[in-house]
Ligand binder design. Structure first.
Ligand code: AMP
Ligand code: MG
Length: 336
């Protein structure tokens, strides 16, 4: 019943444009709490199949839907997962390791305590935060094949990686169905299949975290472009701004000196997990992590309005008109 309702809702919200050789087949759907735009050069079936896949993954991964696999795991402390959920949980735990816990799926009780899951915002006091910190430790999540186990009191949330994973799966599906050119935007989480039909790169706008306009443009093909920013979900209280990205070490909104981090690379899950983690880690720690790993590049915007990029995207990132007077600082593998 639930699945049917979700599928019907998505279908109702679906706006389709005609599919022709030179115009993409496009649709706007609402899923995973966000507006998604799918655009693919090919026939209508690609959009239908992609929509079905998104709804299926949402049903499994949502932390707020009481019937999802993740909710079952959180409620019972153990669950037999579908291969999709198990695959994502395992990949996400690897990113938690890679970022030394800056990404920590078990930070969920803190995300809840601040009200970010319901919109009923509050500022927990220090004793409550201390208690919440005791529940945070992704390394205690156990997986054996499709079975996952959590210690008592722990709850996990795949919100930091679910859209990146889903975008990657949608692109993979479109490729399998024969498409060679598509762009899907899952609420600012952008995934490109191939290039535009004329062979040029897709141009993805990167938002100014302090305004509505695009700070810059990243030109990509066959890549994800994922941004995490405090501006995406926040509230203000007594002159302070509190956002939804939580530092697992303090269980408070992460204040690392960054306002947004965009990560680009071929792996959607990795880009999504890292965008959240690098936001927590701040510029210096992120730069050392980038130097020690391959497979991604990043754009950082600091609280002072500075723009830093890693050297792999030096030729593909440009500032847009209003921002051309800002200097781009390039982070290099080896010191100059
Ligand atoms: P994103 O928009 O991809 O940066 O993900 C942010 C979402 O991930 C939040 O809304 C929380 O549900 C969750 N989250 C917040 N902080 C963390 C963290 N440090 N590690 C893992 N998940 C987090
Ligand atoms: Mg993320």
């Amino acid at each position: 019943m639930k699945r049917l309702t979700a599928a019907l809702m998505a279908a109702l919200l679906l706006t389709l444009t005609a599919c022709a050789q030179q115009t993409p087949c496009s649709a706007t759907i609402f899923a995973m709490d966000t507006v998604m735009e799918l655009s693919v050069y090919g026939d209508r079936e690609l959009i239908d199949e992609a929509t079905e896949l998104i709804i299926k993954l949402e049903d499994r991964l949502s932390v707020t839907d009481e019937t999802s696999e993740i909710s079952r795991l959180n409620r019972d402390g153990k669950a037999e997962l579908s291969p999709d959920t198990a695959e994502l949980l395992a990949s996400a735990l690897e990113i938690c390791d890679m970022t030394e816990g800056a990404l920590d799926l078990s930070v969920y009780p803190a995300v809840r305590a601040w009200g970010f899951t319901t919109g009923v915002y509050r500022v927990p006091d220090e004793p409550e935060l201390a208690k919440l910190r005791e529940l945070v430790d992704y390394s205690a999540v156990r997986m054996a094949g499709l079975e996952a186990n959590l210690p008592s009191g722990m709850m996990v949330d795949l919100g930091s990686v679910a859209k990146g994973y889903t975008g990657g799966r949608v692109i993979e599906l479109m490729r399998e169905l024969g498409a060679t050119s598509a762009l899907v935007n899952l609420g600012g989480n952008v995934h490109a299949l191939g290039s535009k039909p004329d062979g040029s790169d897709w141009r993805v706008g990167i938002r100014d975290p302090e305004g509505e306009s695009y700070l810059g443009i990243l030109s990509v093909h066959d890549a994800a472009v994922v941004t995490s920013g405090g501006y995406e979900r926040y509230f203000e209280k007594d002159g302070e701004t509190y956002w939804h990205i939580i530092d697992p070490a303090t269980c408070r909104p992460a204040r690392s000196g960054l306002l947004s981090v965009t990560v680009t690379g071929p792996d959607g899950t990795l880009c999504d997990g890292l965008s959240t983690a690098l936001f927590v880690m701040g510029l210096e720690r992120s730069a050392s992590l980038w130097r020690s790993l391959s497979g991604f590049d990043a754009v950082f915007v600091t609280e002072a309005g500075e723009v830093y990029i890693t050297e792999g995207i030096e030729d593909s990132f440009t500032l847009s008109g209003d921002y051309e007077n800002r200097e781009i600082q390039v982070i290099r593998r080896a010191a100059d």
